[in-house]
Write a protein that binds this ligand. Structure first.
Ligand SMILES: Cc1cc2nc3c(=O)[nH]c(=O)nc-3n(C[C@H](O)[C@H](O)[C@H](O)COP(=O)(O)OP(=O)(O)OC[C@H]3O[C@@H](n4cnc5c(N)ncnc54)[C@H](O)[C@@H]3O)c2cc1C
Length: 453
């Protein structure tokens, strides 16, 4: 038995409760920070070589890329409060949105990260849609104070139909197809027929007034700063968490792999802050409630093909509308370092499915052979580097019925003291703000159940 804690409570060392947080994404790091501030002894274990999970930057083949999130929204209250508490507010920058459009029938129509009255100028909005749009706006704005855009479990949300059905019932199917679905497919990898309206309804009123934000030192800065406040051990993959029962006085035995060795240690409490679809793999003897919840969690996958070009091209972000490109949902040109240019293609949900079927998850260029937009073909001699990014657990999918299952599990977690607690975007909302909120709520629940350590 090894230990990540300096003194062992059982052998007369520290008397603080020892918490192991598994996963150094924004959810795990937020929970760890809050618990440590309250007096718990905390260690965070991360299987990657660096922290941040799906909210950081990494470099591969000389190309700097986002592991996930590119921006945070000004409605991400818990996340911005945390930034403030860490003295990082001056690091927050508004994101400049340049040359963003949805391409439909070969024509580019201006689009925005956040919706607004500009939608009325879209050629897809006909006079007959305006009353339906007005009604939906009133409906969404009317209940906004009863919802939290960072938390699907807060407030009443429609959860018993698909987004397609929701829009059809409101006479807005065409607007959904041409204006909403390209953005959902591009930024979330979701098809409207697969998700309930819960994400849309919980976020849209807040989105109207939201500002997209980034950090001066890059999106990974918050995770890095949180990691400095905690003991974090990277390169450690947890493979098993065993409890005798929820009130076992010996806490949990955690098995982990590091540098080719399999080792164990004990903690009083574990916060499981891995991607939701991976939680079931590491929990030994889950309770019936945990098993039910694990089987309710679904994540999609994602793929991005990155090129670095040594040629100047104008910054561009294109969402592909229906029928534009079956396998690609976004085409983007971003200025890169040293006057280079970063060109990205995000796989559409169908592209992800095709990649999986053909075993081309790590050869996205081959998958897209013959259908890559001309910009790549014309500039092939300027390509200096390429990287195929596969994201096995991209985002949790809030399909019809998910919110009800989430509410039930969250309620159980908040009232029943246990040894294992869960945090992550799937426990609140599929956004950085949701993951951060979940980390905070989970830490508050532990503090409530176990007292200030
Ligand atoms: C492509 C993409 C674009 C996105 N864009 C945005 C956006 O613009 N704005 C926004 O707000 N949100 C966006 N999101 C969503 C946002 O990034 C996530 O919701 C959020 O970062 C999830 O944080 P988390 O802590 O729940 O999970 P993660 O960040 O995934 O953290 C889980 C951690 O657990 C670790 N782990 C897993 N298994 C083990 C194990 N067995 N042992 C040890 N460690 C383990 C993982 O390595 C990882 O570091 C995007 C996501 C993706 C993928």
């Amino acid at each position: 038995m090894t230990s990540f804690f300096p003194g062992d409570a059982r052998s007369g060392g520290t008397q603080s409760l020892r918490v192991a947080v598994v996963g150094a994404g924004i959810a795990g790091l937020t929970a760890a920070y809050r618990l440590k501030q309250t007096g718990f002894e905390v260690v965070v274990l991360e299987r990657q070589a660096s922290v941040g999970g799906r909210m950081t930057l990494r470099i591969e083949n000389n190309i700097e890329y986002n592991t996930g999130a590119r921006l945070v929204y000004s409605f991400s209250k818990d996340l911005l409060t945390l930034m403030n508490r860490l003295g990082l507010t001056s690091n927050i920058l508004p994101v400049e949105q340049t040359n963003t459009a949805i391409r439909c029938n070969g024509v580019d129509h201006p689009a925005h990260f956040t919706p607004g009255p500009g939608i009325l100028a879209s050629p897809f909005v006909k006079l007959r849609h305006i009353p339906a749009l007005m009604r939906m706006s009133v409906e969404l704005l009317g209940r906004q104070f009863h919802r939290n855009p960072n938390d699907l479990a807060a407030g009443h949300l429609p959860d018993d139909q698909t987004m397609v059905e929701y829009l059809e019932m409101r006479g807005l199917a065409t607007i959904g197809r041409f204006l909403l679905e390209p953005v959902f497919r591009g930024t979330r990898g979701w098809r409207l027929q697969d998700v309930s309206p819960a994400f849309f309804v919980s976020t849209s009123a807040a989105m109207l007034r939201a500002r997209p934000l980034n950090f001066k030192d890059g999106i990974g800065m918050l995770a890095n700063r949180l990691a400095q406040q905690n003991k974090v051990v990277t390169g450690v993959e947890v493979t098993d968490i065993a409890r005798v029962n929820n009130t076992d006085p010996d806490g949990c035995t955690i098995t982990y792999r590091t540098a080719g060795e399999t080792l164990q240690f004990r903690a009083d409490i574990v916060v499981v802050a891995v991607e939701g679809s991976l939680a079931a793999n590491i929990i030994r003897n889950p309770s019936p409630e945990e098993s039910r919840w694990f089987s309710a969690i679904r994540y999609n996958s994602g793929g991005v093909l990155h090129y670095q070009l040594n040629k100047q091209l104008p910054a561009t972000l294109r969402f592909y509308g229906p029928g534009e490109n079956e396998l690609i949902s976004i085409f983007e040109i971003r200025p890169g370092p040293d006057a280079s240019i970063h060109v990205l293609f995000h796989l559409s949900p169908e592209g992800v499915q095709r990649a999986t079927e053909q075993g081309l998850e790590h050869d996205i260029e081959r998958l897209l052979q013959g259908i890559l937009p001309e910009i790549v073909v014309e500039n092939r001699q300027h390509i200096c580097s390429r990287f195929d990014q596969w994201i096995p657990n991209y985002l949790p999918i809030s399909y019809p019925g998910y919110v009800a299952a989430l509410r039930e599990f969250r309620q159980r977690q908040s009232v029943n003291p246990g040894r294992c607690y869960y945090a992550g975007d799937y426990m609140a909302q599929a956004l950085t703000g949701g993951a951060c909120r979940s980390g905070k709520l989970t830490a508050d629940t532990i503090i409530d159940h176990w007292g200030k350590s």
